[in-house]
Design a protein around this ligand. Structure first.
Ligand code: HEM
Length: 145
């Protein structure tokens, strides 16, 4: 199950808890109150199992992310990621390889005449220089020397 699906399901369990809690608080009859209390406890256990599962899932996402960030590209490999034929678009700046596939200003895998799949350290420093603007771009690895 994907992370967002999991979060949606968790939200549903939390909604159930809210509803059961309301029913339990407002029930007049003791038998009804007992019934809602029991259901409430069961739902809280279900929510706890969700939280345990979610933290496992998040650990996995972190590992996946660190693997993604650790790939080492040669310049030859980098050239494959030029955004053509559905391939992602990567560019390198100062030895870091960035995924610009979804970056608006790199639409069409190009940016002011620069085509993705290359090392643009010099161009970046000539045109921008401010590294902070690269913080928003996902890192996929480093460029081998
Ligand atoms: C020939 C060199 C370059 C020129 C003339 C240039 C020019 C520009 C200009 C005018 C903008 C602002 C307009 C817009 O958002 O479309 C911009 C934004 C941007 N450029 Fe460049 N650029 C160059 C090289 C690079 C390189 C090598 C990178 C490396 C990834 C880069 C990354 C970005 C990013 C991420 C933005 C968006 C910033 C934001 O919206 O916060 N640029 N560039």
């Amino acid at each position: 199950m994907s992370l967002s699906k999991y979060q949606q399901k968790f939200k549903l369990v939390m909604n159930d808890i809210e509803e059961l809690h309301y029913n339990w608080r407002t029930a007049y009859c003791p038998i009804q109150r007992n019934f809602y209390q029991q259901k409430l406890i069961e739902k809280i256990y279900e929510a706890m199992r969700f939280i345990e599962g979610l933290s496992e899932k998040l650990k996995y996402v972190e590992v996946e992310k660190s693997i993604r960030e650790n790939k080492i590209f040669t310049l030859e490999e980098l050239k494959n990621f030029d955004g053509t034929n559905g391939k992602p678009a990567y560019v390198a700046v100062d030895g870091i390889v960035y995924d610009v596939t979804l970056i608006a200003s790199w639409g069409g895998a190009s940016h002011f005449g620069l085509l993705a799949g290359n090392d643009f350290t010099k161009e970046f420093n000539d045109c921008h220089g401010d590294r902070n603007m690269l913080k928003k771009i996902p890192v996929v690895g480093t460029l081998s020397l």
